[in-house]
Design a protein around this ligand. Structure first.
Ligand code: HEM
Length: 398
């Protein structure tokens, strides 16, 4: 234990309370509006892509933004020391929060669908001071944004830029400033299941998540009149998601350690709401497996018999349609939070090349509505099902 305790350079973050609340804002006007982590990450936002299944990480593009997802972050933390051993901790994090899915439609140069927020903090361990600042801006007029190649994320003059596995971090507010060069000493780590990090019981309660767990860092920290030359080790976390937190989840605490034997353990505690405050899953509210199977039983014959849509199933034979019905049941049950594992293909792959157009989609939605009405599905559950179906449209309609 003592070896661990001595060798530890701890990087600790708590995402439990709020992203942007209660964060000192330095010389800038104080922002009192808050966005709770739970709200930002739990919202099941129709029109955004969700993290459903592992997919290979791809660089440099994954270093850059993923606007199809509701939220993401670039999260740098680390421990630094001067040559005389003075200890300084730092954090520089950038968050992207989508306000709406899709491309900007208004002509105004101010128009945006992306908001960026950043936190910058320096802990002066010997001085017993913690300096923390935040800022936010819109992705318009060059005020804030991110790109993959070259890699860059910035809000005004706070930025991280480089090639993704290395980065120069720059931030300053009044008398406190940071200018560091980071480079990855170890290969990228795909967290969770090949980069898919589950954070709740339902599919989609997950993020895509990779880390650089040990990044030698070197540069300058300014604290008032002192300019400190520092070096040390940083940690970089990268996550993007939509509805990462399930409805029963309050938030999480995250701990990561850099041990002197070269290991970097990290662990996360997901905090659940009180049992009685946890709403039932959509799966349960719809009536479970039998009710969802009955929906598929009712829907598929409507589709195959439809004059506009029938062509898609004409040459598939009974076996093919039966197989597809079972996959549809599994997919719907798993997506609604049921205890089933969907083993079929992703929506994009299974519908690729079928030539499903906008008109087909509208006719399809008409049948989905008719089926839900047939079973008198209550309006709340009906709108959740339709919202989910709508979120798949971009993968299905060509
Ligand atoms: C206009 C809308 C749609 C049409 C015309 C359509 C048509 C089809 C067809 C023809 C297949 C068989 C593909 C093959 O075996 O090669 C298929 C597969 C499938 N579809 Fe759809 N589909 C539509 C929308 C949806 C939606 C909204 C969902 C989910 C809620 C869905 C779920 C599935 C599933 C789970 C499969 C099986 C995937 C696999 O074979 O691994 N489809 N669809």
């Amino acid at each position: 234990m003592s070896r661990v305790a001595l060798g530890v350079a701890a990087v600790v973050a708590a995402l439990g309370v709020a992203f942007f609340a209660l964060w000192p804002t330095g010389s800038r006007p104080r922002i009192d509006a808050t966005v709770a982590v739970r709200e930002a990450l739990a919202d099941d936002r129709a029109g955004f892509t969700r993290a459903l299944a592992p997919r290979p990480l791809s660089f440099p593009s994954d270093h850059g933004p993923h606007p199809d997802f509701g939220t993401e972050w670039w999260y740098y933390t680390g421990n630094l020391r001067t040559a005389a051993g003075r200890h300084v901790g730092f954090q520089l994090t950038f968050f992207r929060i989508a306000l709406a899915p899709g491309a900007v439609v208004r002509a105004s140069a101010w128009a945006t669908r992306q908001l960026y927020v950043a936190h910058f903090a320096v802990s002066d361990v010997a001085g017993g001071r913690f300096h923390a600042f935040s800022r936010g801006s819109r992705e318009a007029l060059g005020l804030a944004g991110a790109s993959a190649s070259p890699f860059r994320v910035w809000i005004e003059d706070w930025s991280a830029e480089g090639d993704g596995s290395s980065a120069r971090l720059r931030a300053s507010d009044g008398a406190v400033a940071l200018d560091l060069e980071l480079s990855a000493a170890k290969p990228v780590v795909a967290q969770g299941d090949r980069g898919l990090s589950r954070k709740g019981p339902e599919p989609g309660n997950a993020s895509f998540y990779y880390s650089f767990t040990r990044m030698p860092a070197r540069g300058i920290v300014r604290l008032g009149r002192e300019t400190l030359e520092v070096s040390g080790e940083a940690w970089m976390d990268r996550e993007w998601s939509t509805s990462a937190l399930g409805s029963g989840v309050e938030g999480w605490d995250w701990f990561a350690l850099q041990l002197d034997d070269g290991c970097e353990p990290a662990w996360v505690t997901i905090a659940a709401l009180q049992e009685d405050a946890m709403p039932d899953t959509l799966y349960k509210r719809l009536g479970g497996y039998d009710a969802i199977a009955a929906v598929a039983d009712n829907l598929l014959p409507r589709l195959t018999a439809d004059p506009q849509l029938g062509r898609f199933w004409q040459h598939r034979g009974e076996d093919g349609v039966r197989r597809e019905k079972q996959l549809l049941i599994d997919f719907l049950c798993a997506s609604a939070g049921g205890p089933l594992y969907y083993v079929g293909r992703e929506m994009k792959l299974s519908h690729r090349g079928l030539g499903i157009n906008e008109r087909d989609w509208q006719v399809f939605l008409g049948h989905v509505n008719a089926t839900l009405d047939h079973f008198k599905v209550p309006s709340q559950e009906k709108s959740e099902v339709l919202g989910f179906v709508e979120s798949l449209k971009k993968d299905i309609v060509e």
